[in-house]
Design a protein around this ligand. Structure first.
Ligand SMILES: NC(=O)C1=CN([C@@H]2O[C@H](COP(=O)(O)OP(=O)(O)OC[C@H]3O[C@@H](n4cnc5c(N)ncnc54)[C@H](OP(=O)(O)O)[C@@H]3O)[C@@H](O)[C@H]2O)C=CC1
Ligand SMILES: O=C(O)C1=N[C@H](C(=O)O)C[C@H](O)C1
Length: 243
């Protein structure tokens, strides 16, 4: 039976993942939070999942690497240096990094890439997301994932076209930009909408998470899949056959 360890175990996602592990028939190796021994958990686990915070990731990645244990990283708010660290560690252990582990969002990303590739740059792309009042990072990792998919469809880099905040006299929209709008409030598990706004018509693709269970089930599916892979960097598209 595969033993799964959780980094960020007492958090909203950590608790949902513990339930999903039990429901899946896998074994919960244990969980750690701030101040706990990440290395000990890594040594007792066949595979790890990290849903904590960007600042915790360095230590969690180091613990996974020194134990030689695969790790699923669901934490968002990652900076380019975190991605460089993940790339480097993935030369030694299997790592799956996913800003969203649900089936629906990963299928949505596929549809967004295809749609952006078929519509010209005169179709303005705007991404709207809403999350619960506790969320720490903005835009959400998923909004950025969807923005990346749209940019890939257009053959451009997201960092060259992203407009992440408008306020005041902004002037007209720059053609080709991908805009982001962020809402926070209440207990929303995660809503994302990608709007393709053309002249005289609008195409909207979206996803609404009704609970964290979909992310937790996806994370467990990813962990069980990753446990059998060689070293390398993977995404949910590998697990779900969307490549
Ligand atoms: N990929 C996906 O599908 C999803 C990703 N997420 C992402 O997962 C992450 C966690 O979300 P959520 O569970 O809602 O957040 P919570 O704040 O509820 O949980 C985070 C957990 O990580 C722990 N943690 C935070 N910082 C550290 C640290 N420096 N060292 C050790 N432990 C730490 C926290 O402990 P403490 O309370 O002591 O700080 C807490 O137990 C976020 O980045 C979120 O965006 C969320 C949902 C789905
Ligand atoms: O913090 C959350 O709750 C979520 N975070 C992820 C993100 O940043 O995209 C995934 C999901 O939307 C919930």
């Amino acid at each position: 039976m595969t033993k799964i360890g959780i980094f960020g175990a007492d958090g909203r996602m950590g608790r949902a993942i513990a339930e999903a592990i039990i429901d899946s028939g896998a074994k919960l190796a244990g969980g750690v939070d701030r101040g706990d021994d990440a290395g000990a958990l890594a040594g007792e686990s066949d595979v790890l999942v990290d849903f904590s915070s960007p600042e915790a990731l360095v230590g969690h990645l180091a613990a996974a690497r020194s134990a030689g244990v695969p790790i699923v990283i669901g934490t968002t708010g990652l900076a380019p240096e975190h991605h460089a660290m993940i790339d480097e560690a993935a030369t030694a252990i299997p790592i799956l990094q996913a800003a969203n582990t649900s089936l629906g969002v990963n299928l949505l990303a596929h549809l967004v890439r295809e749609t952006a590739a078929r519509l010209g740059a005169d179709w303005d792309i705007e991404i709207v997301e809403m999350h619960h009042r506790h969320k720490a990072d903005a835009p959400s990792g998923t909004a950025l994932l969807l923005g990346t998919a749209a940019a890939e469809g257009r053959g451009v880099a997201l960092e060259d076209v992203a407009d992440r905040g408008r306020d005041g006299i902004t002037g007209p929209r720059t053609e080709g930009d991908i805009g982001f709008a962020v809402l926070r409030g209440g207990s929303v598990a995660g809503d994302h909408q990608v709007v393709f706004a053309g002249e005289g018509e609008r195409l909207e693709l979206g996803h609404r998470a009704e609970s964290r269970a979909i992310f937790a089930q996806g994370a467990v599916k990813a962990a069980l899949w990753l446990a059998g892979q060689p070293a390398g960097r993977y995404s949910m598209a590998d697990v779900l056959g969307l490549k």
